[in-house]
Design a protein around this ligand. Sequence first.
Ligand code: CA
Length: 228
Amino acid sequence: MAATILVVEDEPGIQEVLKFNLGSHGHDVLVAADAEQALGLLRGALPDLILLDWMLPGMSGLEFARRLRAEPRLKNIPIIMLTARTDERDKVLGLETGADDYITKPFSPRELMARIKAVLRRRAPQMTEDPVEIAGLRLDPVSHRVFGDGKPIDLGPTEFRLLHFLMTHPERVYTRSQLLDHVWGDHVFVEERTVDVHIRRLRSALEPTGHNRLIQTVRGSGYRLSAT
Ligand code: CA
């Protein structure tokens, strides 16, 4: 499970440790030393998860988390807060603000990895390698293969990611802009009609087994994967 992780941490030593550990587990790491820098990075591609230090110069980690949760485009990014504090009240405050989990420094790399994995599994199931199956359509992230009623289906890499995202978030409508953020990881440099192009390709690949009917257009909103 390789994710793009944004580390917001001002201490160079801890930045290095995190970069090394996350990188050696196959994750792509972006580093910001404060909230301002992090917001700059977030104007481009969205990370799959944010590791956020509580004590930052300028805007605190807590304020930053609040700010993320208030912005529709950013509010669904999972957050794990890092802190030296062990105070129970702060922990509760952090979780109430919308952090998904909480790690107290010093932490072991093993614990950190386990928590990242747990949060991604819960919040971003398309990041995990669990196979998904809906109405006879089966997608296996490990072998990177898709089967419709047992027959192999050939998909391009973008169609594969798009289908994986939709299958792990069924029965929900996503706008083109949301799909760009989740599947392309980028909101800014890709045109929204690109989504339509790949939806069209996906549907035509699924047509031989009739699974194209799972990909529904919701007029005026976007797309939804539904078995009904
Ligand atoms: Ca700090």
